[in-house]
Write a protein that binds this ligand. Structure first.
Ligand SMILES: [Zn+2]
Length: 234
């Protein structure tokens, strides 16, 4: 299990409002600089950036609690800290994958231990060529988009920006936003029901480092796949 794993905690979009409410409390009575949420996000960023273990982070939270004035609102346990961040829609799932990228170990393959296509084991091989059961050979980090989309509509400012494309006046003959493009209009024509609701999200999929059949001399095995929202203003 990874040190910075938020994946084991479920996401409840309705918790978001509560967390925002709780998170707005000052870090300690009389503090105007930091709220509970802003300090927690800053601390968690440090943990992720420097690969701090859960044990170390818990000890840091305990020390902070002691250093801060009485009545402070910083979560005392890492579980609470993770739960708070997870409610913001920042959780992710780890999906086991075949080391040769044939399949993902989900649905029909959830309990399989070998790839049905290439036969390679789900588990990692140690230096002694012995399989280490439980140690994964390859993992896909999946950041579910739906909680993130919901989160966008839970902020007045972002929600307004998401429909900006429908209210703007385009300058004839100039393309300053994907909404001016032929592809955008094609979507409106082909799926009018989708097109007439300006809150519907138009997403672009992009990837970097993608190396089909290992034809490029890249040593990286990490392929970020990113969804971009075109609704937003430039
Ligand atoms: Zn395979």
């Amino acid at each position: 299990m990874d040190d910075n794993d938020l994946g084991d905690i479920g996401f409840d979009p309705y918790e978001f409002a509560n967390v925002i409410g709780d998170g707005d409390q000052p870090l300690y009575p009389g503090s105007s600089k930091y709220t509970m949420l802003s300090s927690l996000v800053k601390l968690y960023n440090l943990k992720a950036k420097h690969g701090m273990s859960d044990v170390c982070f818990t000890k840091l939270l305990i020390l902070q609690e002691d250093l801060l004035p009485k009545g402070n609102t910083l979560p005392f346990f890492i579980y609470e800290a993770k739960k708070t961040l997870s409610a913001l829609g920042m959780s992710y799932e780890k999906i086991h994958a075949c080391p040769n990228d044939c399949i993902l170990y989900r649905k029909n393959y959830e309990d399989s231990t070998n790839c049905p296509t290439c036969g390679v084991s789900r588990w990692k091989e140690g230096k002694d060529s012995i399989l280490k059961e439980g140690v994964l050979a390859k993992v896909v980090w999946y950041f579910p988009p739906i909680p993130r989309c919901k989160r966008m509509f839970q902020s007045h400012k972002t929600a307004k920006s998401l429909t900006w494309h429908a209210a703007r006046k385009s300058v004839d003959g100039q393309m300053s936003h994907p909404a001016d493009s032929l592809s955008w209009k094609l979507v409106d024509d082909k799926w009018p029901e989708f097109g007439k609701e300006s809150r519907n999200l138009r997403l672009a999929l992009s990837s970097d480092g993608f190396n089909p059949h290992s034809s490029l001399s890249s040593r990286y095995s990490c392929w970020p796949v990113i969804l971009v929202t075109y609704n937003l203003p430039p």
